[in-house]
Design a protein around this ligand. Structure first.
Ligand code: TRP
Length: 465
């Protein structure tokens, strides 16, 4: 069986995992929550959270996967069998598979927007800008959200692209595609970053990102939660990719590369966006742009309108976001597919399309809950915590399922697995690992305490979705 599961080449693993980590979280979410939280200190807490909470849990996930060479359900089940809790640990893996399924269904809706905007960007390039027939851009985005058929169409396109890659397998599909997409992504990013150097707002953007200012507890919690999301932790994605990792690769070196590259891209994306935003005069900025989640689809296109190179940069930017999202959706789908292949004996060629259809189906109510359907948009089973199907699912995944998954992983690898086993696995392909005790301390204490703090705040009624 192991031979058929496939293995990543050395660079293949790092690129695929980096591709999973870098996604909408970096280019869409990080800049807007940084903007909303006044940059500076928020970024600092985020960096600390990546190092002290994210990286140790990433080690844990990868080592669980590589040790067992199987999907999260099998991995937790096998290793957990002789530990307190026994086979019940399968449920920790099962939670990951379920989370992946739900996350993919709404993540692919937003990912679909990037394809739509890429198309729009191409349209601008060819035809020049038409500021949407006189309506403001915010309105046209609102109209796009409320257009049910378009939402479903682009969601469907994105799910189909994802399935198309995953169906080809670990090496022939995931590795091959990420090996092509990631360098292109890096190239576009460097190009855009280079362009922002010459913008008047560059200095201000830099200051905004790195100045130290006041920070409230909620913002700190949001930074911690985001560190988690952006590194693709808490639902077995890294367990799954770890299961395809070669025993000759180093877990510490790979994890470091993933964390660093993911962070660099988040900061670069923010520099690009803030350079554009801060190039607009203060007064105008305050009245024109909200600090909201839609900044990427309202503010930014508006900015491209006014830029000399906007016609070239706009489509480039949106294809960048689309590629980043695709390498993430691939990893989320792979978690569910690997479960069906390893545990249920399904062929990959069957598992990927079947899950794709189910994800597409669940994405439909998500896509219609952004204005197209009054009923779905107003659905609020959680009271005031979230409104509409999309928000409700995002609330549940981001605030509950991912933190709980991360907590279980930290407890499992930090408290239950023997140091002998974890050390052996970490050192395999790496050699002696002098920071082992530091890793174990962070995994046992810092991670769980931070996650419990998040869950406590969520119980108090806060939301970090
Ligand atoms: N990390 C990705 C992003 O930043 C999203 C993602 C992919 C993810 N796989 C995941 C998040 C697994 C949590 C768990 O956009």
């Amino acid at each position: 069986m192991a031979a058929e599961r496939g293995t990543f080449g050395r660079m293949g693993f790092v690129l695929a995992a980096v591709g999973s980590a870098i996604g909408l979280g970096n280019i869409w979410k990080f800049p807007y929550i940084t903007y909303a939280n006044e940059g500076g200190s928020f970024v600092l807490v985020y960096l600390v959270a990546v190092a002290l909470i994210g990286a140790p849990i990433m080690f844990a996930e990868i080592l669980i996967g590589r040790r067992t060479q199987t999907n999260p359900v099998g991995a937790f089940g096998t290793l957990g069998a002789k530990l307190p809790g026994g086979r019940l640990w399968r449920l920790a893996g099962g939670l990951g598979v379920l989370t992946g399924f739900v996350l993919l269904s709404y993540y692919a809706v937003i990912a679909g927007w990037t394809v739509f905007y890429f198309g729009k960007g191409i349209g601008w390039s060819i035809n020049g800008f038409d500021p949407d027939g006189g309506t403001t851009l915010g309105d046209s985005f609102g109209a796009f959200l409320a257009n049910g058929p378009l939402q479903i169409l682009f969601h469907g396109i994105f799910v189909a692209l994802t399935v198309g890659v995953v169906v080809l397998g670990v090496k022939e599909g995931i590795e091959r595609v990420t090996k092509v997409l990631m360098p292109i992504l890096a190239g576009i990013l460097v190009l855009l970053l280079f362009n922002s150097l010459s913008m008047p707002g560059f200095g201000e953007a830099l200051r905004f990102l790195f100045h130290v200012g006041p920070l409230d507890a909620d913002a700190a919690l949001e930074a911690v939660g985001h560190a988690f999301f952006t590194l693709s932790l808490g639902m077995g994605a890294m367990v799954t990719y770890g299961s395809y990792m070669s025993r000759k690769s180093s877990i510490p070196r790979s994890s470091l590369a993933i964390c660093v590259l993911d962070t660099v891209v988040a900061l670069a994306a923010s520099m690009i966006m803030f350079s554009i935003i801060f190039s607009v005069p203060e007064a105008e900025r305050a009245t024109t742009f909200g600090r909201s989640s839609t900044i990427l689809f309202t503010t930014l296109p508006q900015m491209f309108y006014g830029m000399a190179l906007g016609r070239i940069l706009a489509p480039l930017f949106y294809i960048l976001v689309a590629f980043a999202a695709l390498t993430s959706t691939i990893s989320i789908l792979e978690v569910v597919v690997s479960y069906l292949v390893d545990m249920r004996g399904w062929a990959r060629q069957k598992a990927a399309p079947v899950v794709g259809i189910a994800v597409f189906a669940l994405g439909i109510p998500c896509g219609l809950s952004l204005g197209a359907s009054e009923e779905l948009s107003g659905w609020r089973p959680l009271g005031d915590l979230a409104q509409g199907v999309f928000d409700t699912l995002d609330y549940t995944v981001s605030n509950w399922l991912l933190p709980i998954g991360g907590l279980l992983t930290a407890i499992f690898a930090g408290w239950l697995l023997s140091s002998k086993l974890t050390r052996e696995e970490i050192e395999e392909g790496h050699g002696p690992f002098p920071l082992f005790a530091v890793w174990k301390f962070a995994l046992r204490f810092i991670g769980p305490i931070a996650i419990l703090w998040i869950l406590w705040a969520v119980i108090q009624g806060r939301s970090f979705a």
